[in-house]
Write a protein of this length. Structure first.
Length: 91
């Protein structure tokens, strides 16, 4: 994606820089926290109930490990992996 912005002053440049820094921080936080994972709320709740709180924890699990989580099926595992792949692709 390409965005072009015309700035007329150094103050506008500093303001834009601050906004971009905040946006970057929010994106990084979302990547770490399960709330940043674009999955069905029921799947997210099952993961939270099983004690997982970060995307990093999910990356460390095999598909078999995920399938052992109560009430989490094959479709949920596919959705989790796809959501993590989308985050990785956006980074």
């Amino acid at each position: 994606m390409k965005i072009t912005i015309e700035l007329s002053s150094a103050a506008e440049l500093l303001e834009l820089s601050d906004v971009l820094a905040k946006l970057n921080s929010a994106c990084l936080a979302a990547q770490k926290d399960l709330t940043g994972l674009d999955i069905n709320f029921r799947v997210r709740n099952r993961l939270l109930k099983a004690g997982f709180s970060s995307i990093k924890e999910l990356r460390a699990l095999s598909d078999d490990d995920l399938m052992r989580i109560p009430n989490l099926g094959g479709r949920a595992v596919i959705d989790i992996r796809a959501a993590i792949a989308r985050i990785d692709g956006a980074s």
